[in-house]
Design a protein around this ligand. Structure first.
Ligand code: SF4
Length: 534
């Protein structure tokens, strides 16, 4: 039962709610923005309670940023001075505001609870890394407790070294920040190309190479773990990075076709060698008991994830869209059992999700028209693509490919069995699993879509991903045979100059209007210019 004052205010002020405006032809989500930018003239009005909740969440995120600066003021200031990518983190607030446009009630609460966890974790990590960065004046001794590892390797195995701090090397200057700011990675891509790197390689790999050549990786640790994951382009960028960083390194080359049981003994050996390399270089010993403690946290994460999937198969899940995909991506790739705070967040969110399911709560006011499985990497984040799909066309992104990474349980008693499990978890990493890990994995998109009761598949078409370009026509044929609505969304991953945000949106616009003959829910966001936005 609504408080009568709140009900009165909600009724009086509803004309400022962009969803109401779109329904009544007086505006919509884009109305409150300055043209070409991501700068809003005022915050989104969502009714009294949701607007207050959203605003307090915004303040909490601001507080986390403030704590980061207060915990290491000089390294953070030096970081802003030294690294171009640090400035892009200031766009985080606009990024989060855009991500959760149109979110109300339960989905808004789930989204902010999860996002705040990411902000807290990330800000702590930035402060810690910068204060151990030799480029910014940290001593060799202080910095040597940190171990740079390729971000595609999940960190769980590093919990066996409680005296060391793993740093997923590319996460800060490239992987996370390209989601927040569409303008940052083109600079690093240009640096790489000005050194002679061809312009037709994957922009993620080009950007990583550019970061290395621009000396924009924090300088920490005394030995590096690189990898061949996800693909051959990544192998190349690993080589450029190891040359530039000039540290002893071990390349964890896990089997490409990892579903075949014969591949496991090989990849298991690589995991063993990776651990042995850290032991030797950092003069330490792997502690299985400590590892088991964190494997239990990872198992709990995965248990919750599997339960979430059951709710997500129904219309009654408040875990949906970009909130689901971004949280899962961060929790899997960057947390991976290393931080109990995320288990607490999961427990809290699960309680809410269970309740929503019991009460048959439908997110977005039940206005969803289509349920889609999204097969999309970074370009879907800086475009806040799932949110836009929902708000513009009523397409709910039920699950993204990033959410299907390793979800097997890890044995927490026997090191020999645990090593097998750890290998299975590690090799199903971001993009390795879904893009280049063998035909079975790519082809499983239909099974995922079917199991999650989707009528639609949105498949991102990275114009420079050599592995995936080969399967383009085959996917089209299969979609037709299996009866899914199927949209290829072209993009150039981290280079928004080649394929703009609007170009990506137009792939959906054209399909929805020409093929499906549907009208948008919000006409103000069908075509708009946000080329200058973060
Ligand atoms: S998008 Fe393709 S080429 Fe680029 S890293 Fe991923 S799998 Fe490799």
């Amino acid at each position: 039962m609504k408080n009568p004052i709140v009900a009165y205010l909600d009724d009086k002020l509803k004309r400022f709610d962009p969803i109401w405006m779109a329904e009544n032809g007086t505006g919509g989500q884009r109305t409150r923005y300055y043209d070409r930018t991501g700068v809003a003239k005022y915050r989104e009005w969502r009714g009294v309670k949701d607007t207050m909740f959203d605003y307090v969440s915004w303040l909490n995120n601001l507080l986390a940023m403030g704590k980061m600066v207060a915990s290491a003021p000089i390294p953070v200031m030096k970081g802003f001075w030294e690294y171009r990518w640090m400035g892009s983190f200031l766009g985080t607030f606009m990024f989060i505001d855009r991500l959760f446009e149109g979110y109300r009630d339960q989905e808004l609460r789930v989204a902010h609870t999860q996002m705040h966890g990411i902000v807290v974790s990330l800000t702590k990590r930035i402060a810690y890394i910068l204060s151990h960065d030799r480029r910014l004046g940290a001593s060799q001794e202080k910095s040597e407790k940190l171990v740079p590892i390729d971000e595609v390797l999940p960190e769980l195995f590093m919990t066996g070294f409680p005296d060391l701090y793993p740093v997923p090397l590319q996460t800060l200057p490239e992987f996370i920040i390209c989601d927040v700011d569409q303008h940052i990675e083109p600079y690093y891509i240009d640096v790489a190309e000005s050194f002679g790197l061809p312009a037709d390689v994957c922009s993620r790999c080009a950007a990583e190479t550019g970061v290395a050549l621009d000396d924009a990786f924090p300088l920490v640790g005394k030995a590096l773990i690189s990898t061949n994951m996800p693909c051959n382009a990544s192998e190349a960028t690993s080589m450029f990075q190891r040359r530039r960083l000039a540290m002893p390194d071990y390349q964890a080359t896990l089997a490409m076709i990892h579903n075949e049981p014969e591949a496991l003994p090989y990849s298991r050996e690589i995991m063993k060698e990776t651990i042995a390399f850290v032991e030797e270089q950092y003069n330490t010993k792997f502690d299985w008991n400590h590892f088991f403690k964190h494997a239990k946290l990872m198992n709990e994460q995965n248990t919750f994830e599997l339960e979430k999937w059951d709710y997500m198969k129904t219309p009654y899940s408040a875990e949906v869209g970009i909130s689901e995909t971004l949280y899962k991506l961060y929790e899997w790739q960057s947390v991976n059992g290393t931080d109990p705070m995320f288990n607490k967040i999961d427990r809290k969110v699960m309680k809410r999700l269970r309740k929503c399911y019991e009460n048959k709560y439908e997110p977005f006011g039940g206005k969803t028209r289509h349920r889609a499985f999204l097969w999309g990497p970074s370009a879907v984040y800086y475009t806040d693509f799932p949110t836009w799909c929902q708000n513009c066309w009523g397409i709910a992104i039920v699950l993204n490919m990033d959410s299907t990474m390793g979800h097997n349980m890890i044995n927490t008693e026997d090191p020999e069995i645990a090593l097998d499990d750890l290998t299975r978890l590690t090799e199903k990493a971001c993009m390795r699993h879904m893009a280049v890990g063998g035909w079975d994995n790519i082809n499983s998109v239909w099974e995922w879509a079917h199991n999650f009761n989707c009528d639609m598949v949105l498949m991102n078409d990275n114009i420079a991903c050599k592995g995936m370009l080969g399967v383009h026509a085959v996917m089209e044929e299969q979609a037709r045979e299996l009866g899914f609505y199927f949209i290829f969304v072209e993009h150039d991953l981290e280079d928004s100059r080649t394929v703009s945000r609007q170009n990506m949106r137009d792939c959906v616009n054209q399909y929805m209007s020409i093929v499906m003959g549907e009208e948008p829910l919000d006409p103000t966001i069908v075509t708009f210019d946000d080329s200058d936005a973060y």
